[in-house]
Design a binder for this molecule. Structure first.
Ligand SMILES: [Zn+2]
Length: 386
């Protein structure tokens, strides 16, 4: 077993990023994932995790490196109100203290990035991954874009960043935020924007100027699962990373592509998430001096979010993960029940009901062809690769 220490960031005040009990987004699911991750890594002989548990909100100066001043003023005013006002045209309301809460999650990503750079080892920020926020507006439950601000920090320091986003929703705030940047390779797997918010992320969106050819969008139809994402990931991601030679890799590890999610309609299993994390971890170790930052993201089914995030963090430490048939710890199950008021899953894996996927080999061929034409490069299938 590889015994790799990692940094992990979790301040209980991240739970204050809370749109209310009737809102689908909740950091509580991530908090349950953290508890389970702690259980995994606090057993005897488990690899060490360096925790950061006190995170102060990011400064306005830092936030202004991505967000516009007028928008920061708007959030600041809304944050001081007793009630809620809309921060976008959709489902992202303000709440008292929202400025500080969102800024604290941003600071968590900065701390994680700094740790990755200083220690050359992975960092885990499960509360982060708020990839929809734009410079001038909130969007999709995201007030401030912690991942864009982390990518921006690395870019400002002259580093090449590979940003990989496996959330079910297209990471529009990050992609458009760095659309013209030649230092950001952005690869985004998501449910087709014609069927899901935010409605963007098509193969022909390849970047502009210096960033041209560096934005890679892989929209998948509803009900696609591992049989779609894994062959595409294997075919597209390693060659692009080999070519781009990133100095930092950021993985937005949203879990709303998991089968049974309440908002999206993809059907990934834990095995797909694990293969992706393992692949990026191996690449980071071999080619990027271990600099891998993994954040959370979306995810609207607490039992998937908590277990999958805990396993992602566990993989980063190099621990042997419990098999899917292993029972979850009873004390954790009790906390789950108290937190989400529904019965906790019993085992590390399943049960998941899946709808038969209509994804065919021809669908992979046509999506790859679209990408090849848009990007002007080829992605041979492994069968035909030299
Ligand atoms: Zn999402």
């Amino acid at each position: 077993m590889t015994r790799t220490a990692i940094s992990a960031v979790w301040d209980e005040r991240f739970l204050e990023y809370d749109f209310g009990a009737d809102h689908p987004f909740s950091e509580r699911s991530r908090g349950l994932g953290v508890r389970l991750f702690e259980w995994l890594t606090e057993r005897p002989n488990a690899p060490g995790v360096e925790w950061v548990r006190e995170v102060e909100p990011a400064s306005r100066e830092l936030l202004a490196t991505f967000h516009e001043g007028e928008y920061l003023d708007l959030v600041d005013r809304a944050s001081r109100l007793g009630g809620r006002v809309p921060l976008d045209a959709g489902d992202t309301p303000s709440f008292p203290g929202c400025f500080e809460s969102a800024a604290r999650i941003v600071a968590g990503a900065q701390i994680a990035l700094r740790s990755v750079r200083e220690h050359h080892r992975p960092a885990f920020h499960p509360a982060g991954g708020l990839h929809h926020a734009h410079p001038d507006r909130a969007s999709g439950f995201c007030i401030f874009n912690d991942v864009a601000l982390a990518v921006g920090r690395a870019v400002a320091d002259g580093l090449r960043v590979a940003y990989i986003d496996i959330d079910a929703h297209h990471g529009d705030g990050v992609m458009y935020g760095f659309y013209g940047s030649g230092r950001v390779l952005d690869i985004d797997f998501h449910q087709d924007g014609r069927t899901l918010f935010p409605g963007t992320g098509f193969p022909e969106e390849v970047g502009s100027g210096d960033g041209s050819g560096l934005k890679v969008n892989l929209p998948l139809p509803p009900y696609a699962g591992d049989e779609a994402i894994l062959p595409l990931f294997r075919r597209i991601v390693p060659p692009l990373l080999d070519w781009f030679r990133p100095e930092v890799i950021v993985l937005q590890h949203g879990v709303d592509g998991h089968a049974g999610d309440a908002l999206a309609r993809l059907q990934y299993t834990p095995e797909a998430y694990e293969e992706i994390v393992r692949t990026l971890l191996a690449f980071a170790r071999e080619r990027a001096e271990g600099r891998l930052l993994v954040t959370g993201g979306g995810g609207y089914r607490p039992e998937s979010v908590s277990r999958v995030l805990a396993r992602a963090g566990g993989l980063l430490t190099g621990i042997d993960l419990p098999p899917p048939t292993a029972r979850l710890p009873e004390e954790w199950r009790y906390e789950y029940f108290r937190t989400v008021d529904e019965s906790a899953p019993v085992h590390w894996g399943g049960p998941d009901q899946r709808i038969p996927s209509r994804w065919r080999h021809e669908d992979e061929a046509s999506l790859v062809l679209e990408l090849e034409q848009a990007l002007g490069r080829s992605f041979p299938s492994s069968a035909s690769a030299p």
